[in-house]
Design a protein around this ligand. Structure first.
Ligand code: C2E
Ligand code: MG
Ligand code: MG
Length: 731
């Protein structure tokens, strides 16, 4: 065996020398070549060599045997084509590529490489080697040794994988996500980059698990993982934290418009039906989004922020996304207290019902009333059901509340003319609960209301979980003779499949399609027409919800909506008022309201900042829409002035004063705000706390998401242009 080259090579690494000498002890005065030969034979080490061009000139016979290759088949080939770099595990110490080292003629120390063998398998070797220099310093090639570590390597990587990969879905697990998030954030903090974190939670996954079994639940999670990965692709890292919780890390992402669209796509995609063992199931998803460095600088802070946003999304109605704002922190505390209060209120019987008419827009005659829960808290004042129903849904309180509402509505309706129906909202949790049909039957029986006068309003969210048991409930309710309405149509899972079942007598077009539908270029009129046509084809009545302006009423009437419900006819009324109306004869209402829809403005009373030239003023924000705002608190501001509105948390809006009175100004925004996913508005981008740091505010001084822009005012230079009025603290 040609071991001659070793004579000119320097010693192999120390480790091999030690094992060589221990083997050598068995033989008397062995020569160098025979010792090395034995080292090879015993499988302790192998040897290799290259020429100056990096081509393999020698490989131990032992190696060739092991690899199942013909002698000479590797000799003459470039080393980098035979030995491949391994993908180092994220988090592990990375090694420079073999090609890099060979090119740099640096030593190889414990370099791990893989080789494809003849038997179509992969082996892993650990290489040591040194460049060989001639007498005049010429590079002659490499000389080195190798140890086959395949067994240990495969085991180690398996262990590493096990602890970083979620076994069920193959996604990153919590440990890997945590490491990745911390590493990303600390690196990005130095390089001043942004990073978004999305927390995802499946709505009603538990229901699938409970009714279809755990293997079905597992299968569902796998499919969710696939859908998520195919949306995120290489934009970020997707992982599963455990249970039905997923997380997405999106480096260099701070555009809330793009993030909102992405979150929306995720929600839509996950809400499409799944087929599991031949059965169909539907779930939903909620997403919470937080962005570093705005909402948190380190991984703990950012994770907490995204979690809070997720809770808020779930509270809103599920099937939606929500961005973190510092208001959420306060809201989270409030919700906890709300639950306590609500329980007390239910015990003290403080909840009541109000009735809002549904009117035929051709004749203005009332056909039906929707029962809506009202709660007047002695301290907080009126609390909207949109706020407390989700809280009640978190535990069984909704069952009690729902049952009481159902009984009350049935008995109130009995006092109305017998052509008038009553519609009662039923939460999905109530609907799928065993015994629901019996509860309905009992309420009808106790009141004596004919079943055909009771309408149950349910939302698309009942079509999640196990669809077969939902079908059974529909069948039973039909037998009972009650009518069914699909509420808020178009906002939920938006799958038309369940309309084909023929369960519904009525379709309620969601307010979001109606409001502002007369604005130029709005596609909502087309959607309304399509929904009406679809409902007619399937024999259902349509209701346009939330009609407030005359032009909206004209539009929905023209598009063929059978009934209209909205402030244009009436706000919800107490039973006493309803009875008083009926006492005067058949109930007809005259529509009354503004001629045209006005862009959605949120009324508020919030202290914000206004920057003009080098001055920072305090102003009160009175209302806010996507395209403008009204402020109070400054005098002498001419129309046409360019200002920057500071909405807080780095949200700066370049604006122009378009109208003004003595103490109040109307602003038009240069760039429209975007929807925050939960009914509010926000800027697409925020100015980075890093820029603020550059302006003299140290990063460490910035609280979570709170960037004290107002501090700038202290650095004021020239005299102020406008008169700062005293801000009153009440509206
Ligand atoms: P919903 O079933 O879609 O009820 C219609 C909501 O729209 C009511 O809000 C009503 O007051 C409001 N509305 C009607 N016309 C207009 C309009 O022209 N403009 C505007 N801006 N709003 C209009 P409300 O009473 O706050 O109820 C909110 C939601 O709370 C209801 O939405 C329903 O999902 C839920 N809810 C109310 N009562 C009950 C109940 O007894 N049980 C259950 N499970 N949910 C209820
Ligand atoms: Mg309703
Ligand atoms: Mg509705």
């Amino acid at each position: 065996m040609p071991l001659g080259f070793l004579k000119s090579a320097r010693e192999p690494s120390g480790g091999q020398r030690a094992s060589a000498s221990s083997v050598a002890a068995a033989t008397a005065r062995p020569d160098r070549a025979s010792v090395l030969g034995e080292v090879e034979e015993l499988g302790i080490g192998m040897f290799w060599a290259t020429d100056a061009a990096g081509q393999i000139t020698f490989l131990s016979q032992r190696a060739l045997d092991d690899l199942g290759l013909e002698a000479g088949s590797l000799v003459g080939q470039p080393m980098v084509q035979v030995f491949h770099d391994i993908d180092s595990e994220p988090g592990a110490a990375t090694q420079r590529s073999l090609a890099f080292k060979l090119k740099a003629r640096s030593k190889l120390e414990e370099q791990i490489v893989s080789l494809e063998c003849g038997r179509n398998t992969t082996r892993w070797w650990r290489l040591n080697g040194r460049p060989l220099l001639g007498a005049n310093g010429d590079f002659l090639g490499y000389r080195g040794s190798a140890v086959d570590i395949s067994g240990q390597y495969a085991y180690d990587t398996q262990i590493a994988r096990q602890s970083k990969v979620d076994e069920l879905t193959g996604l990153a697990n919590r440990r890997k996500l945590d490491e990745r998030l911390s590493a990303t954030l600390s690196a990005f903090r130095v390089s001043r980059r942004s990073c978004a974190l999305m927390m995802l939670d499946l709505d009603r996954f538990k229901q699938v698990n409970d009714t279809m079994g755990h293997p079905a639940g597992d299968e569902l999670l796998k499919q969710v993982a696939q859908r998520l990965s195919s949306i995120i692709k290489d934009r970020g890292e997707v992982g599963r934290l455990g249970g039905d919780e997923f997380q997405v890390l999106l480096p260099d992402m701070d555009d809330r418009g793009t993030l909102g669209e992405l979150a929306n796509r995720i929600v839509q995609s996950i809400s499409q039906p799944y087929t599991i063992n031949g059965r169909r199931a539907i779930i939903g998803a909620s997403v919470g989004i937080a962005i570093a460095p705005y909402d948190g600088l380190d991984s703990d802070e950012l994770t907490r922020a995204a979690d809070m946003a997720l809770y808020s999304a779930k509270d809103t109605r599920g099937g939606t996304y929500c961005f973190f704002t510092s208001d959420l922190r306060d809201a989270a505390n409030k919700t906890a207290m709300l639950g306590e209060r609500l329980r007390d209120a239910v015990d003290r019987d403080e909840l009541s019902l109000a009735y809002q008419p549904l009117v035929d827009p051709e004749t203005n005659v009332v056909k039906c009333f929707e029962a809506l829960l009202r709660w007047h808290d002695p301290e907080e004042g009126p609390i909207s059901p949109a706020q407390f129903i989700p809280v009640a849904e978190q535990d069984d309180l909704i069952i009690r509340i729902g049952e009481t509402a159902l009984r009350q509505a049935c008995s109130d309706a009995l006092d109305w003319p017998d052509t008038i129906r009553v519609a009662v909202n039923v939460s999905a949790k109530q609907f799928v609960r065993p015994g629901f049909v019996k509860t309905v039957a009992a309420a009808l029986e106790a009141s004596g209301l004919p079943p055909g006068r009771l309408e149950l309003e349910i939302t698309e969210s009942v079509f999640v979980g196990d669809l077969e048991s939902v079908d059974t409930i529909f069948g039973d309710l039909k037998k009972l003779g009650v009518r069914l309405a699909l509420d808020d149509f178009g906002t939920g899972y938006s799958s038309l499949g369940y309309l084909k079942g023929g369960h519904f007598n009525k379709l309620k077009i969601d307010q979001s399609f109606v409001r502002g539908c007369t604005e130029n270029g709005d596609i909502n009129p087309a959607i309304i027409s399509a929904i009406v046509a679809l409902a007619k084809a399937l024999g259902m009545e349509t209701v346009a919800e939330g009609v407030e302006a005359m032009d909206e009423l004209a539009l929905v009437r023209e598009r063929g909506a059978d009934l209209v419900q909205g402030y244009i006819y009436s706000r919800p009324l107490t039973q006493d008022v309803v009875l008083a109306h009926f006492a005067e004869g058949m109930m007809k209402v005259t529509p009354e309201g503004p001629a045209r829809h006005r862009a959605e403005r949120i009324s508020m009373f919030r202290k914000v900042g206004l920057i003009h030239e080098d001055h920072y003023y305090d102003v009160i924000l009175r209302n806010l829409s996507k395209t403008g705002a009204r402020i109070n608190g400054l005098a002498g501001v001419p129309i046409g002035t360019d200002v920057v509105l500071d909405l807080g948390h780095g949200q700066l809006v370049v604006s122009k004063v378009v109208n003004a009175t003595e103490s109040s100004q109307g602003l038009k925004f240069e760039t429209a705000l975007i929807s925050d996913g939960t009914g509010g508005f926000m800027t697409r981008h925020r100015i980075s706390p890093y820029s603020l740091a550059e302006a003299g505010i140290p990063l460490a001084a910035l609280g979570a998401g709170a960037f004290p822009l107002a501090k700038w005012r202290d650095a004021n230079k020239g005299p102020p242009r406008f008169i700062q009025l005293e801000l009153t603290t009440s509206g």
